[in-house]
Design a protein around this ligand. Structure first.
Ligand code: UFG
Length: 327
């Protein structure tokens, strides 16, 4: 079975990607420093603990496994934190990715799948966000991801590094078998926080801003199920195996949900009240991020099957009630 190096394979999205790669006949090799990931989440292939900033360690892992492709998930990804500690984001995300890209090229690997984000688009009123939209990130997280996109373009020109970039909208849900799921400490993402509030693990969900220019005053996002998202990554590897060049794909559904919409849906799915508090805006948050592209469906044959809000909350709720990782 061909090896695929998965950076961040112990994290939320990376661990689901490892499961999908294994089902598709690849061996996922996880490279993760466990700063936000979990050793217990590495269930589908070998684990190599290491840091992207450690080039010698990366070179050793490439030599040991001779991967056919790299899937790069490892990154710091909290919008709010990136506004308070931008240096951390530029150093870890951008310098770490540069190291990885150079190690990939040195190892002779030419196929690279990169986890980017709709946060690279920033706040653009009434603009349909497709892959050709201008990128105006308004937080350091989005800016760091855009810089890595630029870097990939340069290394394609200089060294022929063919790549697929996925710009994710908001990833939600969990593996329906609850083998892996979303588990951050501290948690900052909307759906797990709502479920914690429902379960009295926290007093209430604070809604960050109720005065946005949206129908109910709260931010609007496009939510995509993590299992659908990682299926697109496997299709991305196959695309690189049978096409020349590089391609960018948005991964979203095209449907927008406000924070209040998500709260209401969680109430219906769990049949339990959601305690909420209305708070201030969180710096760095865009008003509305909704995908306006069907390129992934058309060109990769991507067919999301679980990305409806009810299913995403149901799967997240099942995971919420399952046994989590301890290390
Ligand atoms: N929100 C709240 N209260 C909370 C947490 C979140 O109201 O306690 C709101 C946020 O303000 C935002 C929405 O819920 O409007 C979603 O917030 P998340 O923190 O769950 O997700 P973000 O939109 O901030 O960020 C996520 C990923 C990023 C990605 C981005 C694209 O973490 O990696 O989606 O929108 F870039």
């Amino acid at each position: 079975m061909a090896n695929v190096l998965v950076t961040g394979g112990a994290g939320y999205i990376g661990s689901h990607a490892c499961k999908a790669l294994k089902s598709a006949g690849f061996t996922p090799v996880t490279f993760d420093n466990l700063c936000t990931g979990w050793k217990d989440a590495v269930k589908f292939g070998p684990f190599e603990q290491g840091d992207l900033l450690d080039r010698a360690r990366l070179d050793g892992v490439f030599a040991k496994y001779s991967p056919v492709a790299v899937m790069h998930f490892a990154a710091l990804s909290q919008v709010g934190e990136s506004m308070q500690k931008p240096g951390k984001y530029w150093h870890n995300n951008v310098t770490g990715s540069l190291n990885l890209i150079e190690a990939t090229i040195a190892a002779g690997v030419k196929q690279f799948v990169f986890s980017s984000t709709c946060a690279t688009y920033g706040d653009q009123d009434n603009v349909v966000l497709d892959e050709n939209s201008l990128q105006h990130p308004i937080n350091a997280y989005g800016a760091s991801k855009r810089a890595i996109e630029d870097m990939l373009k340069d290394f394609q020109a200089s060294d022929g590094l063919e790549h697929v970039i996925f710009r994710y909208f908001n990833v939600a849900g969990a593996d329906p078998d609850a083998e892996v799921g979303e588990f951050h400490q501290p948690e900052t993402h909307l759906i797990p926080l709502i479920l914690d509030a429902i379960d009295e693990k926290r007093d209430a969900l604070t809604i960050f801003g109720t005065d946005y220019d949206t129908p109910d005053g709260t931010c609007i996002r496009d939510y995509v199920h993590v299992c659908d998202l990682v299926d697109a990554h496997v299709l991305g590897v196959k695309w690189l195996q049978s096409n020349k060049g590089s391609r960018i794909f948005n991964l979203g559904t095209g449907s927008g949900f406000s924070v209040r919409d998500v709260v209401n849906q969680a109430h219906h799915v769990t049949n339990k009240p959601v305690p909420i508090v209305e708070g201030d805006r969180r710096p760095g948050d865009c008003t509305k991020l909704v995908s306006g592209s069907t390129r992934a469906e058309q060109e990769l044959g991507w067919t999301p099957t679980r990305s409806n809000m009810k299913q995403m909350i149901l799967d997240a709720w099942r995971w919420h009630n399952a046994e989590k990782y301890s290390e």
